[in-house]
Design a protein around this ligand. Structure first.
Ligand code: FES
Length: 114
């Protein structure tokens, strides 16, 4: 599934957030109805549609503890785990599926859709 398959997907060049919003953790928002999250990884920020493939709920639906001690992304609903750098499911209900990436690039102090 591509991010453009989701309703209200932002156009190429749309600003998702400021780089500083992510800091060393994550940032989620729903501008114009499109829910996304950006997570900081050791390879730079990565953006995903904020819809867990298990039940399509936001990963942070039940709280903001979405980054595990090992750097994996965790769904707060039923504990699916995903590799933060690739979005691939690595444990629980995440196995066999993946988060939907949103291509990202830096532009000035912003992170925009690439
Ligand atoms: S909705 Fe994410 S694990 Fe169930």
């Amino acid at each position: 599934m591509r991010y453009t398959d989701f309703p209200d997907a932002p156009a190429k060049g749309a600003i998702l957030c400021r780089s500083s919003d992510v800091g060393r953790g994550f940032h989620s928002a729903t501008p114009g109805g499109f829910a996304f999250l950006v997570v900081q990884t050791d390879n730079g920020p990565r953006a995903y549609v904020n819809a867990c493939p298990h039940r399509f709920l936001p990963l942070d639906h039940r709280g903001d503890q979405v980054i595990g001690t090992d750097g994996r992304l965790l769904c707060t609903n039923h504990s699916a785990a995903f590799d933060a750098r690739s979005g691939e499911g690595v444990a629980g209900f995440g196995l066999g599926c993946a988060l939907t990436p949103v291509p990202l690039r830096r532009e000035g102090g912003n992170l925009v859709v690439a």
